[in-house]
Design a protein around this ligand. Structure first.
Ligand code: ASP
Length: 288
């Protein structure tokens, strides 16, 4: 995250926390809270989710999102959608209204439209900053390393975890994926257990980072399982990021929360914007 983007990221995560908290204060569920928090970040051009996302090799926005409910293990996911401004809302509709768990591409868009969501044009999701970023990347491709997370390029997948008054937890993750990705490439973010997972009996997790290494480790499930075996979320989060680095040389970050309200935030990138709020405490930052 470049220095000149720090304030925008902090503002974005604080707005997201406020939206999630509002949902909980109204008596909403943890699923409502993570949905509302993620929508705020999808709508914020700062992040690589919704409008303002990285562009794929063809200059298009292709979005992935997952939302999961820890009490029932119900989940909803969309992959590779091009005409949905808030993919987490479509994912929520799948969770709540479909016997299926995951929809991709046109089928996901059709599902969303049939369930009352307005579809947008792909151009509506494209911002000038990203057109220029893609142009610059493609012009100097050979100078860029394969792992964009090792250098200081910004990656801004968004995610949220929440615990509600009934003791239920939930997680959601939403992304535009990686810069210059091949059309149709799906990352970890929307895959169950990779970039997102929630189970009341273990924990709720959301991850960011280079998707391919995270996927190979099924890292969200790995981290939540460690909570089930007695690790504090704070330790499990740090261990997950260590494991990502030592096992597959990956870079990224994780937020992890259990049903007792204990949480962990960890990353091995230079920065990762985060925010939390509890009944007694709140904070935000770009380093942990
Ligand atoms: N994990 C995302 C992906 O690989 C990228 C990110 O977190 O920024 O699609």
């Amino acid at each position: 995250m470049p220095d000149d983007m720090v304030e925008a990221h902090l503002k974005g995560v604080r707005n997201a926390i406020a939206a999630g908290w509002r949902a909980l204060s109204r008596g909403g569920s943890a699923v409502d809270a993570v949905e509302e928090a993620v929508v705020v970040m999808e709508d914020d051009d700062t992040f690589d989710a919704g409008r303002g996302s990285f562009l794929n090799r063809d200059g298009k926005v292709q979005l992935d999102a997952l939302i999961m409910e820890g009490s029932t293990l119900r989940a909803g996911g969309v992959g590779g959608v091009e005409r949905i401004a808030n993919p987490v809302r479509a994912a929520r509709k799948i969770l709540s209204e479909s016997p299926h768990v995951y929809f991709v591409g046109e089928g996901a868009e059709r599902f969303a439209a049939e369930h009352g969501m307005a579809l947008c044009k792909n151009e509506d999701l494209v911002v000038t900053r990203e057109v220029e970023r893609l142009r610059e990347y493609q012009a100097h491709k050979e100078e860029h390393r394969a792992d964009l997370f090792a250098p200081t390029d910004s990656h801004d997948t968004v995610g949220a975890v929440a615990l509600d008054r009934d003791g239920n937890i939930a997680a959601a993750t939403s992304t535009g994926g990686t810069l210059n990705k091949a059309p149709g490439r799906l990352g970890d973010s929307s895959l169950i257990g990779c970039g997102c997972y929630a189970d009341n009996q273990t924990a709720a997790a959301s991850l960011t980072g280079w998707g391919e290494p995270i996927m190979k480790l099924v890292l969200a499930k790995w981290a939540t399982d460690r909570v089930a075996t007695g690790n504090l979320p704070e330790w499990a989060a740090a261990e997950a990021i260590d494991y990502l680095k030592t096992r597959v040389n990956g870079h990224g970050g994780i937020i992890l929360l259990d049903a007792k309200g204990r949480f962990g935030i960890a990353h091995n990138t230079p920065r990762m914007a985060w925010a939390f709020k509890t009944m007694t405490n709140e904070a935000s930052g770009v380093e942990r």
